[in-house]
Design a binder for this molecule. Structure first.
Ligand code: FES
Length: 73
């Protein structure tokens, strides 16, 4: 196990989105999706809950490999 996992803040992935809420939950009606929608899984987007491509910079900086989930209708 990584040593820094014990610190409360070190395991956080959300640094910016609706931090005042106890839990960030989003409900999307599938009927509102035109053809497909890409939802952010890296928590770095400026257009939550949608992916805006910010994962690319995150991956570059951290060596991570995260990307969106794409929902197709
Ligand atoms: Fe977060 Fe694309 S911006 S997955």
């Amino acid at each position: 196990a990584r040593a820094n996992c014990a610190a409360k803040s070190s395991g956080r992935c959300n640094n910016q989105i609706r931090k005042h809420e106890p839990k960030v939950v989003d409900m999307i009606d599938v009927e509102d999706i035109a053809e497909k929608a890409a939802f952010c899984r890296c928590w770095k987007t400026k257009n939550w809950p949608y992916c805006d491509g910010s994962h690319a910079e995150h991956n570059k900086l951290t060596g991570d490999n995260v990307g969106p989930v794409v929902v197709k209708k």
